[in-house]
Write a protein that binds this ligand. Structure first.
Ligand SMILES: Cc1cc2nc3c(=O)[nH]c(=O)nc-3n(C[C@H](O)[C@H](O)[C@H](O)COP(=O)(O)O)c2cc1C
Length: 392
């Protein structure tokens, strides 16, 4: 089944991702991946790095003549900054040696200090290069392949920003449908609600002027998810738990909500669930509300899957004010400034989509099996044909 592993440091020559378990016969191109990576660079409030981080891509295994072979797919994402200049060559060299400029003022809110202590490093760069969200480019490349696989099952995963700083999309505002994704991506903050989007841009400008940063909330929507992904039988097979772990693993995401979880925690039970109805027209059970976010008991219900990722404000500020300690002198100081964005909430949405898509693709494979795409699709269609009430 689908799993992936990434390697590479933020300022190193490249990132690599190996994606194992894709079925044979999946038509994929570098354009599929490049398109998703370009979406990850979107968003007002991101710094100049995004412009020269244009990704240089190549398949180095698992794809032949535009189709997967069933073998591991390996993708290299070159760092164009590395290619265009030698600025980082000595600093990030794999050859024996040491840096001339160790970073000894770890940044609060980053992995710097705990990582230095855990791994015995005296240079925070040994930690931050890997902890950096540059790694998410490799995840997005893997997620692009998962999305292509899901497209064969008519599953689409999109996202939109619903909060940035104190600018919030009203709960009554319509959700984007799959066809609205271009509209979302064309918004400078990937917000479907134009008025809220304007307020978000204003909030970013104000934070930028103050040298500060902003967090926010992204809503991921998975359309077309069939009944039956995930399971109630084990803690580590529950779909909502799998989604929560994978989305929480995205850098700076500190809360994950499936459906209206954070709101229903304060409601009464009578107003916190989705009543089940029978729709004779479509011959299926329905839930007319989506408080549970399309997952009950760890199993997808066939309704829209709704996941919200809550991101903290970025910890590196363009005005260094966060107090820290120099690990050599133990004197108080302020944290050093690594290149930083004002906010990365719009880009985080693309990464969160990726993580949800990877979980759904893996769970679809677990449910429907198959070594080839056509086998997977045939099995999924056979299951769907037995609904609404499959019998043994
Ligand atoms: C797409 C994306 C871009 C990010 N860019 C920055 C950034 O420019 N500056 C920063 O301080 N943190 C940034 N982060 C967050 C840090 O990588 C993250 O907070 C840090 O590695 C510590 O991990 P934790 O917040 O999950 O504990 C970004 C996160 C994502 C998802």
């Amino acid at each position: 089944m689908l799993r992936f592993l990434t390697a590479g440091e933020s300022h190193g020559p490249s990132l690599v991702v190996t994606v194992e378990g894709l079925p044979a016969g999946l038509a994929v191109t570098l354009d599929d991946i490049a398109g998703e990576l370009a979406r990850r660079r979107l968003g007002y409030g991101r710094g100049p790095r995004q412009r020269f981080e244009a990704d240089e891509l190549r398949f180095i295994g698992g794809v032949r003549h535009g189709r997967t072979l069933g073998s591991p797919v390996a993708i290299e994402i070159g760092n164009s900054e590395w290619t265009r200049s030698d600025k980082w060559h000595a600093e990030m060299s794999a050859d024996p040696g040491e840096t001339a400029a160790p970073l000894t003022t770890p940044r609060p809110g980053h992995a710097d200090l705990a990582g230095m202590q855990k791994y015995g490093f005296s240079d925070a760069r040994d930690v931050l290069e890997r902890a950096s969200a540059r790694e998410t480019a490799a995840r997005v490349a893997a997620g692009a392949l998962a999305k292509v696989l899901l497209s064969h099952l008519a599953i689409d995963v999109i996202s939109h920003v619903v909060r940035l700083g104190d600018a919030v999309v009203a709960p009554t505002s319509p959700r984007p449908a799959v066809d609205d994704l271009d509209t979302v991506d064309n918004s400078p903050v990937r917000c479907f609600d134009a008025a809220a989007g304007d307020a978000m841009v204003a909030a970013i400008k104000a934070a930028a002027a103050a040298g500060d940063s902003l967090g926010g909330v992204v809503e991921v929507l998975a359309y077309g998810v069939p009944v039956g992904l995930g399971s109630h039988v084990h803690w580590d097979r529950k779909l909502d738990a799998l989604i929560a772990q994978s989305v929480m693993s995205v850098q700076a995401v500190k809360g994950v909500e499936v459906g209206d979880a954070f709101e229903v925690a304060g409601a009464r039970g009578s107003a916190a669930h989705d009543a089940i109805t029978w729709d004779g027209g479509s011959d299926r059970y329905r839930r007319e509300t989506s408080r549970a976010g399309g997952v009950e008991g760890g199993i997808s219900t066939g309704e829209l899957v709704v996941v919200r990722a809550h991101m903290k404000p970025l910890a590196t500020l363009n005005r260094p004010t966060l107090a820290t300690v120099d690990t050599v002198t133990k004197e108080s100081t302020v944290s050093f400034k690594e290149r930083t964005d004002v906010t990365a909430v719009p880009a985080m949405g693309v990464v969160a989509e990726t993580m949800v898509a990877l979980v759904l693709a893996r769970e679809a494979q677990r449910k429907f099996g198959g070594d080839t795409v056509s086998e997977l699709v045939r099995n999924a269609e056979a299951f769907a044909a037995t609904l609404p009430d499959p019998s043994p």
